[in-house]
Design a protein around this ligand. Sequence first.
Ligand code: RB5
Length: 150
Amino acid sequence: MKISISSDHRGYRAKQRIAEMLRNAQHKVEDCGCDNAESCDYPDMAKIAAGHVSKGESDRAILICGTGLGMSIAANKLRGVRAALCHDELTAQLSRKHNDANVLCLPADLIGDQLLFLIVNSWLETKFEGGRHARRIEKIAEIEKENCPG
Ligand code: RB5
């Protein structure tokens, strides 16, 4: 799978470790920065990696900041992006099964590396269930069309 990944300064260290784990698992990883732990702005970083998903250039994106909140708010402004902030394996699985989330947002300040790895792997392995959930995803796309023309 081609996965774009980005973080702000608070998520930098976790991003490096998650990117390494994904490469070891044979995923194609596009590291969109940041490139060190100096302060930067999460919307800039969300825009790059989630933008790849929005434009169809990556299958998925993973965004990491202190809480995951800023990244998820910013990423969900992009057309076609369904970004989910997940704190545990269950929400990661449900975000795939029910919401077909194509962007995963993670809180580096709130949970440790081992749980981050479990969340990422569950999220990547879980398939969208379709059915009634597909109808709801289509409704989200309609809201986007009505409110974000062009
Ligand atoms: C940066 O200080 C912090 O605000 C950011 O990492 C994130 O938690 C925002 O939602």
